[in-house]
Design a protein around this ligand. Structure first.
Ligand code: HEM
Ligand SMILES: *[C@@H]1O[C@H](CO)[C@@H](O)[C@H](O)[C@H]1NC(C)=O
Ligand SMILES: *[C@@H]1O[C@H](CO)[C@@H](O)[C@H](O)[C@H]1NC(C)=O
Ligand SMILES: *[C@@H]1O[C@H](CO)[C@@H](O)[C@H](O)[C@H]1NC(C)=O
Ligand SMILES: *[C@@H]1O[C@H](CO)[C@@H](O)[C@H](O)[C@H]1NC(C)=O
Length: 591
């Protein structure tokens, strides 16, 4: 107990010390950058930005422009950036200056080990070099048919709940899509099935990963202390502190980390043994046949030059990292699309018809006799479907699953702005001096809603903006955007966002862009083209005892969280209840 008090009071002392340091600090060089007033002595503006903050974030940028200051925890001033040129500097040109924060890197290292999201600089670059080829187009093409059974299983499970007589059943899709996404990522990353979609088979590893995000979210207010604790205390004392801290969430987190660690070591050992025994084929009877990320990584390690090799702990770290990074985000994206399709019956019918046409055409061309609903489209056909692509892009643009990221300036620097901002003294300025150690928030959300690029209706969900008038796909900016289309999108002087996906920041860009974005895109499209031919989605229509209908509302808490609004729901529990029924002929549009 004595130590508990020591711990508690050292954190308290740290808070006081930070406050005093801030009060005594000379006038901040960021003082002339405008931004909202501090709204809480401890939370600053963070509670507004990170809790149900969609409107708040967009209003900030509307009022102050592409660079502004906000108050973080303990009144610290941070920069909030959505200007395209400034972002180009942060994530591409000067990415060595604007690194992930200590808090993020050290926190991740404690939880996941030495994976991609826990390393910086040269070590990170080396890991990316080895992992990038794993997500190549060629590997995605190979993977697609191998992971189709997961989408089929998801459809079978949902179908089994739907009445045969054509009536409607309400199903909360979130747990099923989340299990599906986890199964996808486990099979693709590890070539290992945990039977995630079979709820009778609980698995400790899967449970651990599923509780990780909610647990760390409960501990979010401890995160600022991680760098200090890691620097000043050894692993032994950190473990002791965990024992003494009166926090269930913290104990739970330690349990989760231990389970992940043990399970991933076991899988890793199996993989390596299989690789050595079976000549690089993978575990016998495994559907992936060595095409999974782990096998590819082990092979790459075996063949690359000494300098490029990763240590065991780095390879192990990738496994936990990739699974964690790959499942919540994709689940959120698929749920959001199905919810939109449920709301927009016209869009759902048009998309279903487009899928039917594509599958029928492919079946005809190949001479297939299976029902069109079960036809599996090859990678390039699936990725090339214009309307499906427009819907996926537009959803990921307007509602990016990860909306806000943070970086810290390792040295003083200057950020040029594409669009000048008005300073506190009223003059227009076109660059911002960033002091050393400033934390910056990258607003993916505000970038994707930039009216200069997307027009006045930037915040409106309108998939047609990705299509030509005759319904063909506009190839916008994936590599180099076409001058005619970019002009029509209002990109001036060749300025555009440095994102890897369209003109969007959804998957970031530069050396730390999302490594799995092609995988995510493929998974989303495969799930949609598998479910929609047989299942019709609608908003929940039944009323509860008091006559209230469930209304789904998405909170933007950094991540997107769907809840049911009061009075029919509790406004807190994440869920996506939709009405499901069998598809019938009037669920299509005439072609
Ligand atoms: C719709 C789904 C997804 C979205 C919106 C998304 C978004 C992002 C974003 C914004 C980052 C940058 C984070 C930062 O720099 O702080 C990122 C990084 C990352 N993502 Fe994704 N992601 C998605 C799916 C996936 C999938 C399916 C995988 C794995 C197969 C994956 C693996 C990763 C990894 C490993 C990183 C860290 C990269 C690095 O630091 O080098 N993501 N993702
Ligand atoms: C990678 O290769 C090195 C050198 O052959 C080896 O020592 C190391 O154990 C390998 N790592 C893994 C995870 O196989
Ligand atoms: C920035 O942070 C580093 C490490 O935390 C510290 O050594 C350095 O003194 C800080 N610089 C300034 C100007 O506060
Ligand atoms: C630009 O787009 C137009 C219309 O989609 C297309 O006809 C043209 O070939 C494209 N030009 C280039 C250079 O890609
Ligand atoms: C639901 O929660 C949000 C915060 O997440 C709050 O602002 C809102 O007022 C709540 N709505 C109701 C009806 O309780």
């Amino acid at each position: 107990m004595a130590l508990l008090r020591v711990c508690g009071s050292s954190i308290f002392a740290f808070i006081i010390w930070s406050l005093i340091k801030r009060l005594c600090a000379p006038k901040s060089p960021l003082a002339h950058i405008r931004g909202p007033q501090k709204e809480h002595w401890l939370k600053g503006n963070y509670h507004r930005i990170f809790q149900d903050g969609l409107r708040y974030n967009l209003d900030l940028v509307q009022q102050y422009g592409g660079a502004l200051t906000v108050y973080a925890l303990l009144g610290q001033k941070q920069l909030y950036i959505s200007d395209p040129l400034a972002l180009h500097h942060i994530i591409v040109k000067e990415q060595h200056v604007y690194e992930e924060t200590d808090m993020f890197i050290m926190g991740n290292r404690l939880i996941f080990g030495e994976g991609l999201i826990a390393t910086l600089g040269e070590q990170h670059r080396k890991q990316r070099k080895m992992l990038n080829p794993v997500f190549s187009l060629a590997n995605m093409r190979d993977l697609l048919p191998v992971i189709q059974p997961i989408a089929d299983q998801l459809r079978t499970i949902l179908n089994a709940k739907i009445p045969a007589d054509g009536s409607v059943v309400e199903v909360n899709l979130l747990p099923w899509l989340s299990r599906g996404a986890l199964e996808y990522i486990c099979q693709a990353a590890l070539g290992h099935s945990f039977d995630t979609l079979d709820p009778t088979k609980e698995n400790e590893y899967i449970e651990a990963i599923r509780t990780l995000a909610p647990t760390t979210l409960r501990l979010i207010f401890l995160r600022p202390f991680i760098p200090m604790i890691v620097r000043r205390f050894s692993l032994y004392w950190r473990n002791k502190m965990m024992d003494w801290m009166p926090s269930d969430a913290l104990k739970n987190l330690r349990h989760v980390v231990n389970v992940m660690d043990t399970a991933s070591k076991k899988i890793f050992a199996e993989k390596r043994a299989a690789l050595e025994n079976e000549g690089f084929i993978g575990i016998a009877g495994n559907r992936m046949q060595g095409k999974d990320i782990m096998s590819i990584m082990l092979r790459a390690n075996a063949s690359s030059s000494n300098d490029d090799r990763l240590t065991d702990s780095e390879l192990l770290g990738q496994m936990n990292t990739i699974i964690f990074a790959g499942f919540e985000t994709t689940t959120s994206a698929i749920c959001r699309i199905l919810w939109i399709l449920a709301e927009r019956q016209d869009v759902q019918a048009r998309l279903r018809s487009a899928i039917r046409k594509a599958k029928q055409d492919y079946a005809d061309a190949q001479g297939l006799s299976s029902p069109w609903e079960d036809v599996e489209l090859p990678y390039d056909t699936l990725m090339g479907l214009p309307y499906l692509d427009a819907i996926v892009r537009e959803t990921l643009r307007v509602y990016p699953p990860t909306s806000l990221l943070s970086r810290t300036a390792r040295q003083a620097s200057v950020l040029p702005l594409h669009q000048p901002i008005r300073s506190a003294s009223g003059e227009m300025i076109s660059s911002v001096h960033v002091p050393e150690n400033t934390t910056l928030i990258i607003s993916i959300l505000a970038s994707n809603h930039n009216k200069e690029i997307w027009g006045e209706d930037a915040s409106k969900w309108r998939p047609e903006r990705w299509l030509s008038p005759s319904g063909e796909r506009l190839h916008l900016g994936d590599v180099e955007s076409n001058s005619t289309t970019s002009a029509s999108l209002g990109v001036k002087n060749g300025i555009k966002y440095p994102g890897v996906y369209g003109l969007m920041m959804t998957f970031l860009g530069g050396g730390r862009a999302c490594i799995g974005f092609k995988f995510a895109e493929m998974e989303i499209k495969q799930v949609l083209t598998t479910l929609l031919p047989r299942i019709h989605f609608a908003l929940p229509a039944s009323t509860d005892r008091n006559g209230h209908v469930k209304e789904i509302y998405w909170k933007m808490n950094g991540l997107q969280v769907p809840v049911v609004r009061p009075p029919a729901g509790d406004n807190v529990t994440a869920q996506v209840p939709l009405d499901l029924r069998k598809v019938c002929e009037h669920d299509f549009v005439a072609n």
